[in-house]
Design a protein around this ligand. Structure first.
Ligand code: NAD
Ligand code: ZN
Ligand code: ZN
Length: 394
């Protein structure tokens, strides 16, 4: 089969590899019909190379049709249409019983000191072949796959693999008070959906902060108060001035370490090199060069006694944290990998509503054949050609 494989920094290729087969009685084989490229894949593409081997198959946002199931997989059968969560969880351990599926003790990657294994996500998370491919072996398939109805397009469902539960959890963790306000830093797919979900949940106002015009524009289309980072020297002050001088009740960081493309000590120039010059300059000027700058901005922005929810992925152990501000402002901080299946009962009815309340049909900007994966990664990373979300269609 064809599969998108890692070959080095900024080098993914479509390789011919052996078809996957059932290895465990709890496995299933899925023929992929759509597979997203995630902001997390950009971390692999750019900086996590040391944790990934050449030839590893990428992708953790797949859906498709069941081809074959192992003898212990009974809730799905050949021919069913399914979405595959990016966490691999058993459904019956101590952690899964608490719906902390991203911490599953059956699949925890203990030799790396990490939580549940993930599809297509480095040795840190089990080195499981991913779903940007024609076929996928799904481990723990007696639990994970989410059965969805025939009829509506894949876009209605595919984001349940990652984007929607991640955003849903970020909003839950942000604990916006009834009728309160929320700021979302980063208007990639995760930030877009955080903003829409918060509005759906009744936030009185959601501010969305980014520096890419079409991302700001997409947020505006969905009722978000878009704030262009490039227009403000002090973004926290700008947000305070929009919220009676206090700051929003809750703040979500949907940017993560990739804000400056330099997690392991290098500087902003790396990512800036991928942006159009005007954006790059502004980015360096306004966003600073510290890779925690967004996290620091969220701490500065949130009102006293408010909550910060991190969904952006951070790596590294030695970054200084402004503990004095966190303490003095009495901030609650919550974070973590999404527990995908925890939120599906809430999300599935919404994505099936005719009115499309979360606007899932307005997120993907590109649907490209698997063969074009190298191009797809490039435009997504460089934010070219209006790319906000790319779906690969094997
Ligand atoms: N917690 C989870 O389970 C989980 C799941 C999926 C993704 N993620 C993480 O969420 C983050 C976002 O994912 P995505 O797919 O939306 O990625 P993305 O790369 O498309 O989005 C990031 C956005 O942040 C913007 N940005 C960069 N610097 C900024 C700054 N200083 N201020 C404001 N905005 C800035 C970028 O322009 C971009 O629009 C990534 O870190 C990803 O790894 C986490
Ligand atoms: Zn992801
Ligand atoms: Zn488990």
């Amino acid at each position: 089969m064809k599969a998108v494989a890692f070959h080095g920094k900024r080098d993914v290729r479509v390789d011919q590899v052996p078809d996957p087969t059932i290895e465990q009685p709890t496995d299933a084989i899925i023929r992929i019909t759509s597979s997203g490229i995630c902001g997390s894949d950009l971390h692999l593409y750019e900086v996590l190379g040391p944790f990934i081997d050449e030839g590893d198959i990428l992708g953790h946002e797949p859906m498709g049709i069941v081809e074959e199931v192992g003898p212990e997989v009974t809730h799905i059968a050949k021919g069913d249409r399914v979405v595959i969560p990016f966490n691999i969880s058993c459904g019956h351990c101590f952690m899964c019983d608490q719906k902390l599926y991203s911490q599953c003790e059956t699949t925890q990657v203990r030799d790396q000191g990490k939580g549940a294994a993930l599809l297509g996500y480095t040795k840190l998370y089990g080195q499981v072949p991913g779903g940007q491919a024609e076929y996928l072996r799904v481990p723990q398939a007696h639990f994970g796959p989410i059965k969805v109805p025939e009829g509506p397009p894949d876009e209605r469902f595919v984001y349940m693999s990652d984007v929607l539960p991640t955003a849903w959890q970020a909003v839950e963790y942000a604990a916006v008070p009834d009728g309160g306000t929320l700021a979302v830093f980063g208007l990639g797919p995760i930030g877009q959906m955080c903003a829409r979900i918060a509005l759906h949940h009744g936030a009185s106002e959601v501010f969305g902060i980014d520096l890419v015009p079409e991302r700001l524009e997409m947020a505006r289309r969905h009722g978000v108060h878009a704030v262009d980072l490039r227009e403000h020297d002090d973004i926290a002050e700008a947000l305070r001035s929009l919220t009676d001088g206090r700051g929003p009740d809750s703040v979500i960081d949907a940017v993560g370490m990739e804000a400056h493309g330099a997690p392991f000590g290098k500087l902003a120039q790396t990512l800036a090199g991928f942006l159009p010059d005007v954006l790059a300059e502004k980015m360096i000027e306004k966003a600073g060069v510290d890779r925690l700058s967004v996290l620091h901005a969220t701490i500065d922005t949130v009102r006293r006694g408010g909550t910060i929810s991190l969904s952006g992925v951070y790596g590294g152990m030695v970054d200084p944290m402004p503990m004095m501000d966190l303490f003095d402002k009495q901030i609650q901080l919550r974070m973590g990998q999404a527990n995908v299946k925890r939120w599906i009962d809430d999300i599935l009815p919404l994505v099936q509503e005719d009115s499309d309340p979360l606007g899932v049909e307005d997120l993907a900007t590109h649907k490209l054949p698997l063969d074009q994966a190298p191009h797809a990664y490039e435009i997504f990373q460089k934010k070219q050609d209006g790319a906000i979300k790319v779906l690969l269609t094997p």
